[in-house]
Design a protein around this ligand. Structure first.
Ligand code: AMP
Ligand code: MG
Length: 327
């Protein structure tokens, strides 16, 4: 590694816009996140408009928090995918503009891998099996032979989306995840559809059944049963992947990983397998720019170079597409 490089990371895959600044020694100098309110769900073009309107202020805030100027940035990284096309393009265009204007390298990074790498940095996990659960993604991944392999994933909607949609239908308010978690604390269990197919999961039937059940059952009971069912499905797939991948660490990532009940259930499973359980700090669990900056540094340091032509956004960018040269 040469001198301490500074990378600016721009996140904009969905409703959150993030600007993070990280040095190659792994120090997070700034991590600013701005939310587009989720009334009625994410509308891709409206979220993109929010990102475009807030980009300048968000970048300026990050630079100010880091007490540096744009001229001090050595590398600019951005979320290349997966995500919503219009949102991804706002982040990509901003990164390209900075790269061209300041004549600094640009790196397009995979958003899912960024969640894993910031988690490894901050928890000191060496080689974890990761359960990444967020508004747009649900994946169990582990590193083997040069790539992050996907051991299991959702076949339809993400777990965070399932909970958010339920909360919206019930008019519980936003953010759905935290409200459902709170209501679930005083609920009791009844059966809801549990759908695991091989190593993959499906949450759309569970969502429909929970909405239907709420016509008769107490909201607390539906919230509890929804969480217990969905999280048990996640535990089952994570547990099988752990045995198969033979890892000694289980790490959580993504906004849903904030949930105490999920943490408790995964921790219990990990303990039964003598695996260490790790959760990164809350401020990097949800989408953020620091994780993008850190992966940008790892990729740059391992020799990855992107030309502007390589920076087209990839809405369906898969975790296992990326050749991992930094491990
Ligand atoms: P992300 O897409 O990684 O930024 O995470 C956002 C998702 O995390 C949304 O679907 C939120 O509802 C969800 N979330 C946030 N807090 C909680 C919580 N306490 N329990 C469950 N889900 C949560
Ligand atoms: Mg995410």
């Amino acid at each position: 590694m040469e001198r301490n490089l500074i990378c600016l990371g721009i996140e904009g895959t969905a409703e959150k816009l993030g600007a993070g600044i990280v040095s190659s020694s792994g120090k997070i100098l700034a991590n600013v996140v701005k939310y587009h309110s989720l009334v009625g769900g994410i509308h891709p073009r409206e979220a993109a408009q929010h990102h475009a309107e807030n980009m300048k202020a968000t970048l300026e805030q990050a630079l100010q928090n880091a007490s540096i100027g744009l001229g001090d940035i050595d590398i600019v990284a951005f979320s290349q995918g997966p995500g919503l096309g219009p949102c991804l393009r706002v982040a990509a265009v901003s990164a390209r503009t900075i790269s061209l204007a300041k004549k600094i390298p640009i790196i397009g990074v995979n958003h899912c891998i960024a969640h894993i790498e910031i988690g490894r940095l901050l928890t000191k996990a060496k080689d974890p099996l990761t359960l990444y659960v967020s508004g747009g993604n649900t994946q169990v991944t582990a590193y083997t032979e040069g790539r992050y392999r996907v051991f299991g994933e959702t076949l339809d909607i993400a777990i965070g989306n399932c909970i958010d949609q339920f909360a919206r239908e019930m008019k519980l308010g936003s953010p759905g995840g935290a409200i459902v978690e709170k209501l679930a604390r005083s609920g009791s269990y009844f059966e809801l559809p549990y759908v695991v197919k091989g190593m993959d999961l499906s949450f759309s039937g569970l969502l429909t059944a929970a909405i239907e059940a709420a016509k008769k059952q107490k909201i607390e009971d539906v919230c509890y049963s929804l969480q217990e069912t969905a999280f048990s499905m996640l535990v089952e797939v994570t547990e099988r992947a752990l045995a198969h991948a033979e890892k000694k660490e289980v790490m959580l990532a993504g906004g849903v990983a904030v949930n105490r009940r999920l943490q408790e259930m995964i921790a219990l499973m990990a303990r039964e397998h003598n695996a260490k359980f790790l959760v990164p700090p809350k401020n990097v669990l949800g989408d953020n720019g620091a994780m993008i900056a850190w992966l940008g540094i790892l990729m740059y340091d391992s020799g990855v170079r992107h030309k502007i032509e390589d920076t087209m956004v990839k809405q369906r960018f898969r975790t296992d597409e990326v050749e991992v040269k930094w491990r």
